[in-house]
Design a protein. Sequence first.
Length: 221
Amino acid sequence: MRRFALLALTAALGLGFASETHAQIGRNDPEREAEEAEKRRQREEEWNQPNAPLPALRNAGPCPFVKVLYDAGRYHEFKGGQELASNVMYTGEIQGVSAGCEYQNDEPIEVRTRILFSLGKGPQATADAKTYRYWVAVTDRNRSVLAKEYFELPVRFGGRERIDVEDEIQGIVIPRAAITTSGSNFEVLIGFDVTPQMAAFNREGKRFRVNAGSTAAAASQ
């Protein structure tokens, strides 16, 4: 079990805070933002990404949404950077997210989440162990990043081609500007720490099976 060490402190100052965003969570002009949002919606619908509101426990209002960022939902590492099944080193996919949140009166929103990863070792893997890196970010409804933290996920395959791992994050605390500020103003986004090349691979809908081996092949969705 891990804790989200950073508070989304800027949320206490009100919505609309403009911050420098991570490359994987960009901001655009309104027309392009709407176009990109529609593309993301279609891709997530096709790929069946988790995109459901967090279940309410003891809340004064609705909870934030939790979702996997499409461009960072999968991890593919290739030897030499060539996208061939025979070059696959390590793969990963965020298979699902379950979460809950809690707040009352003027209390901050506290979110906890459990993430299911499917991780694979390909024919070019250099070791039986691998440390994956992923992030959890809190954003407001305008897509400004209020807080973001990285986590390391060390795994040992034990000779297997694939392993499923759960990781739990607690203590994601989102202060509210006022008692009338509800959780629906915020999102919790999750993704692998991917390179621009990996993000492009995901964005284009390419994919390998998580346990990609010598018989696996790339396919465009």
